[in-house]
Design a protein around this ligand. Structure first.
Ligand code: SF4
Ligand code: SF4
Length: 366
């Protein structure tokens, strides 16, 4: 039924939820659901799962930019139509997986993907650097301190050899968030790229009372830097700049407090997080580099610093050790020494429970 703007509730369909999850299962998945016995990684990007019925399913994982045109999605559908009976899936890290139910179909699928240059790079399995979980950046959000797609492209270009190989001690999850709202996974990733500001918000006094709920703005501040203030005839706010640490949360609540700044904004790198429970419990990532300037379009300092951290880990860690486990084994002093990253006062936690992060032992390495 065509939408009728003069009667917007007419024929309105609502609360129907997503399609049922198994509606798009390939037949081999549907028939063997809950019956999988084991799996193997045949080569980087290629898996086989074997069912207790003897059925096999071969999966080819390919990288994707996440931000895709409909034209590219149609290309993906064409490949799925040609090789996979029209079935395809996306992973939780926005890679794409093509599944076939017969080993004879595997090589033609791989040949097809390889024939398309770097549009569908095969990899992202096992001890690799798989896709970067990332955010909106300058493409769509109003609160970013950095871009997302641009930095991810620059990083993955430099680390491309690690996407299609298994030469790391364990999998390395890289993620990016363009502000410390941390949409996504930066707080729990092996390496995290985070957009940060370094200047307090500008207060547009004449707008505050018209576009903001002032109590909401005051309550948004984690360091209680904001208080109400009358400025001339305007009901506005005052920010104690000595208490502000540029989180931008007040701007999220109040459009009259912008703080984006070309020179102030930049990147902080975090390291050592994980979400799995294997061997050791999940970990938050911790600050590795407090600030690197935005350097569009290729962000060379950020890219090279990430590469240095990754390759130091790759040459020094034990097999199966995630980055956070490696750092805790060698100690943070050694992490800074081996990577050549400068330890600065910004690394020392000073927020509420900070004391738990300070050293309360005589054990340390010179
Ligand atoms: S991380 Fe921040 S800037 Fe990036 S998409 Fe989320 S809210 Fe927007
Ligand atoms: S930017 Fe953050 S710390 Fe600074 S005033 Fe706003 S909410 Fe408070």
């Amino acid at each position: 039924m065509p939408f009728d703007p003069s009667d917007i509730m007419k024929d309105r369909i609502t609360d129907i939820g997503p399609p049922k999850y198994d509606k798009f299962f390939p037949p081999v998945i549907k028939e063997n659901y809950g019956k999988w016995k084991y799996h193997e990684i045949l080569e980087p990007g290629v898996l086989v799962h074997v069912s207790e019925t003897g059925a096999e399913v071969y999966t080819v994982r390919v990288g994707a930019a996440r931000l895709l045109s409909v034209d590219l999605i149609r290309d993906i559908c064409d490949i799925a139509d040609k090789h996979c009976d029209g079935y395809v899936r996306w992973t939780t890290r926005n890679n794409i997986e093509f599944l076939v139910d017969d080993k004879a179909k595997l090589k033609p699928l791989i040949d097809e993907l390889k024939s398309r240059g770097n549009w569908f790079p095969i990899g992202g399995t096992g001890a690799s650097v798989t896709n970067v979980v990332h955010t909106q950046g300058w493409i769509h959000c109003h609160t970013p301190a950095i871009d997302a797609s641009g930095i991810v492209k620059a990083v993955m270009d430099e680390l491309f050899e690690y996407f299609g190989s298994h030469k790391l001690p364990a999998q390395v999850r890289i993620s990016l968030a363009c502000c410390l709202n941390m949409c996504g996974a930066v707080h729990c990733s092996d390496i995290a790229i985070l957009g940060v500001h370094r200047k307090p918000p500008i207060i547009e006094h004449e707008r505050v009372q018209n576009v903001c709920e002032i109590p909401l703005v005051i309550a948004a501040c984690p360091t209680a830097a904001i208080k109400p203030k009358k400025v001339g005839d305007y009901k506005s706010v005052e920010i104690n700049e000595n208490r502000c640490m540029f989180c931008g949360n007040c701007y999220t609540m109040c459009p009259a407090l912008p703080l984006a700044d070309g020179e102030g904004d930049g990147i902080a790198l975090w390291i050592g997080g994980k979400v799995s429970n294997s061997r050791v419990p999940p970990k938050f990532s911790k600050l590795a580099v407090p600030y690197i300037p935005n350097e569009p379009p290729r962000w060379p300092t950020t890219v090279q610093t990430i590469k240095k951290m990754l390759e130091t880990y790759a040459s020094d860690a034990k097999r199966y050790e995630r980055i956070g486990e490696w750092i805790e084994r060698i100690g943070w002093e050694k992490f800074f020494e081996k990577t050549g990253i400068e330890f600065r006062h910004e690394h020392i936690d000073d927020y509420r429970l900070a004391m738990t992060t300070w050293r309360t032992t005589t054990q340390f390495r010179f």
